[in-house]
Design a binder for this molecule. Structure first.
Ligand code: ASP
Ligand code: MG
Length: 423
């Protein structure tokens, strides 16, 4: 069995859904578990609907629901010419249930409410895709992640119960392939032991593909994207990007740790554990080779990769009593940082100084100052960039530092990290 994942962009309109069916048709004779995200920007739209319900803004709620409904009905009308096709009623019913949620619930737990509503994006998209595949004579069944993927009760960030989930897939998913070739399942969503809907965190559909592949011992996973594969830099910051043909799980995990955003970071570990290769391929050019992520590290060093983080702020803490930065100071500094909920992108210490780099939008400079000023002198430097280069050489470092002042650098054999400022 193979696992395919189609994200929001690959089902953003009727033409895109037709393209998904065309791609699946290329794999006649295979059994395929197809993970699908919400269509286009539906998840963002549903987030606004949750806010409207939560803040009791009835007219906003109604108009947003109406807008999402017509978005989907437009897609359906282009895909299904028979106006009596049952999909019209099915999708209309989903939106009626959503409308009724406004009065049916007294919202008290935001995260719970969020999951009940935002999950509908995937429920609706998979119903449509499944119906359309059948329309194209692909023998497909709808599978429900709310019966298969078991999580704990941490709404919006459900943590997977692997044993239970594997059991459910073995019992209720794998055997269904004796009656069909394809099963379409929602990305991003799961259920708790009470049977309530949970979600796995934004952009979590890749992770669903990893979970399913792990639980079904799939032969491979393919993530179909609007890029030709994994690139060695984000084209937003870089001309002349190069496609990585073949990299190891280890390398892909490192890249995503440093901030490369092609694959949801949690996706890789379950695949690595069972040695299931992950292909990243273009849904625009499905015959092109894409990138394969697998266990061999032999090609990792061939192409340097660049990861940029913009809008960074560097804080430096110096003990007011001129004490050295040693273990005791460090644990004190970390406990203060934990209070500020600061996510550290890079850190460095010297005898009298401890520095951390964080995303400017994720911290409050005033709060950090307030938390430290009794014991430390606090300095900060805003408007910085963090550049990480994997498999660097001097030429690549020169390339990323032209017209820039280097504020700080750290190098290991594989990785160079530079904090730079535009001159
Ligand atoms: N639809 C969800 C989101 O946009 C999950 C995903 O697309 O991976 O976050
Ligand atoms: Mg999405």
């Amino acid at each position: 069995m193979k696992v395919f994942k189609f994200g929001g962009a690959s089902v953003k309109d009727a033409a895109a859904v037709r393209n998904v069916a065309d791609i699946i048709s290329l794999f006649k004779g295979d059994k395929i578990g197809v993970v699908v995200s919400a269509m286009g920007k539906t998840t963002n739209a549903l987030e606004l609907i949750v806010d409207a319900l939560y803040h009791r803004e009835k007219s906003t709620f109604d108009s947003l629901v109406e807008e999402r409904k017509s978005f989907h009905i437009d897609i359906i009308s282009s895909l299904f010419k028979d106006v009596n096709h049952p999909i019209y009623a099915e999708i209309t019913t989903e939106f009626e249930l959503l409308s009724k949620m406004y009065d049916a619930r007294i919202p008290d737990n935001y995260n719970f409410e969020y999951d009940q509503i935002v999950s509908l994006g995937e429920v609706i998209s998979t119903k449509i895709v499944n119906a359309f595949l059948n329309e194209c004579n692909i023998s497909s069944r709808y599978a429900d992640a709310r019966l298969l993927i078991r999580t704990n009760n941490k709404y919006r960030e459900g943590e997977v119960d692997w044993n239970k989930t594997e059991e459910l897939f073995k019992l209720n998913f794998i055997p269904v392939f004796s009656e069909c070739d394809v099963q379409v399942i929602q990305g991003f969503i799961g259920h708790t032991s009470e049977g309530l809907t949970s979600t796995l965190g934004r952009e979590g559909s890749d992770y669903t593909a990893g979970i399913m592949a792990f639980c079904c011992d799939a032969e491979s996973v393919t993530i179909w994207k609007d890029v030709p594969g994994m690139l060695n830099a984000d084209p937003k910051w870089f001309d002349n990007t190069i496609k990585l043909n073949r990299i190891s799980f280890h390398e892909a995990i490192e890249l995503s740790y440093y901030g490369a955003s092609v694959i949801h970071p949690k996706t890789l570990k379950p695949l690595q554990n069972k040695n299931i290769p992950l292909y990243v391929k273009s849904f625009i050019e499905p015959h092109a080779s894409g990138t394969v992520i697998q266990s061999s590290t032999s090609e990792d060093h061939l192409v340097p990769s660049f990861i940029f983080k913009m809008n960074q702020v560097l804080f430096s803490f110096t003990p007011k009593d001129f004490s050295f930065i040693v273990e005791q100071n460090l644990s004190d500094i970390f406990s203060r940082l934990a209070k500020a909920d600061a996510k550290i992108n890079l850190m460095q210490n010297s005898a009298l100084n401890f520095s951390i780099l964080v995303d400017e939008e994720k911290v409050s400079i005033e709060e950090i100052q307030r938390l430290f000023e009794d014991t430390y002198n606090v300095r900060f430097n805003q408007g910085l960039e963090l550049v990480t280069v994997r498999h660097y050489d001097q030429e690549t470092l020169d390339r990323v530092t032209t017209d820039k002042e280097i504020i700080l650098q750290q190098k290991t054999r594989e990785t160079a990290r530079l904090i730079v400022k535009q001159r």
